[in-house]
Design a protein around this ligand. Structure first.
Ligand code: LIP
Length: 276
């Protein structure tokens, strides 16, 4: 018998709240790190929060597979593209995708913009997702058969029709091979949109699109766990999400928009990436 979607959503909500609240309660330990690299940091709290979220999921769904940001995925090869699918997999397989602290660098500096993101894929398609931002108390949620909400209230994407009137959120690419110059997408957006924004938290950036506060989001050096929950939240808020490229280690190029600006933004981004 298949698992009811609302049971998946309530478990994801409980797991995100428990993990996120643990991080918030331990803010004074935000700089305790297992590793600090030039562009990133591996926090002890990241590992703890992933374990907390996983234990909530395992208690209710002991047989489900969990993919967490903190595991080693470097050798995973990208699958072939399949429309409407975030990450192609077996039709009946359920995958929990957990980013215990998205916006780790913000968090480690004491900035309040970070979140816990939990998305559930079935056959590679998102069926439920929760993005919880403990510092602001915002909890975004959606399932494949219900509207997107923020703290229980329905949210909707903007109706902006032109890129020149749009706020587009993006990030700084950290491809070590230099295949994508770090600010190439930012520069292209800065030249065409009303304003570009880099806030450092992909899941919350996409929720801003879902809530109609921003009109688009595009990032090249992003991972499945950054977008698994928010992709569904954008879609169920009336927006459009497209994976422009999949790379080894669950790395993605992902665009999420309100819909009307999607093709215009994609043209700009593809031009910047030399794939026009
Ligand atoms: C981060 C993203 C951010 C992106 C960073 C990083 P983390 O996730 O949310 O938007 O620009 O490259 O992937 O590492 O803080 O969970």
């Amino acid at each position: 018998m298949s698992t009811p979607i609302d049971k998946l959503l309530s478990c994801a909500t409980a797991a995100a709240r428990k993990a996120g609240d643990h991080a918030l309660a331990n803010l004074d330990r935000r700089r305790d790190a297992d590793a600090i690299t030039h562009h990133d940091v591996k926090l002890k709290l990241d590992v703890e929060c992933q374990a907390i979220a996983e234990s909530v999921v395992r208690e209710i769904f002991p047989d489900h597979t969990i993919l967490g940001e903190e595991d080693d995925h470097s050798s995973v090869a990208p699958p072939a593209n399949e429309d409407g699918v975030l990450w192609p997999m077996e039709a009946d397989e359920i995958l929990w995708v957990i980013d215990p602290i998205d916006g780790t660098v913000n968090f480690s500096h004491g900035m309040p913009r970070w979140c816990c993101s939990i998305g559930i894929l079935k056959g590679g398609r998102p069926v439920a997702g929760v993005v919880y931002a403990p510092a602001s108390g915002e909890l975004y949620a959606a399932t494949c058969d219900s509207a997107a909400t923020c703290n229980g209230k329905a949210i909707h994407v903007s109706d902006t029709t032109a890129l020149e009137q749009s706020i587009v959120m993006t990030g700084v690419d950290r491809h070590k091979d230099g295949s994508v110059p770090p600010l190439s997408v930012f520069n292209a957006i800065a030249n065409t949109a009303q304003r570009p924004r880099i806030m450092g938290v992909a899941a919350l950036d996409m929720c801003s699109v879902a809530a109609g506060q921003a009109d688009g989001y595009m990032e090249t050096g992003i991972f499945l766990w950054d977008v698994a929950a928010a992709a569904l939240i954008v879609q169920q808020a009336g927006g459009q999400v497209e994976i422009l490229k999949r790379e080894p280690g669950f790395r993605l190029q992902c665009q999420a928009t309100n819909g009307p600006i999607h093709e215009e933004l994609k043209g700009v981004v593809m031009g910047a990436l030399g794939r026009a």
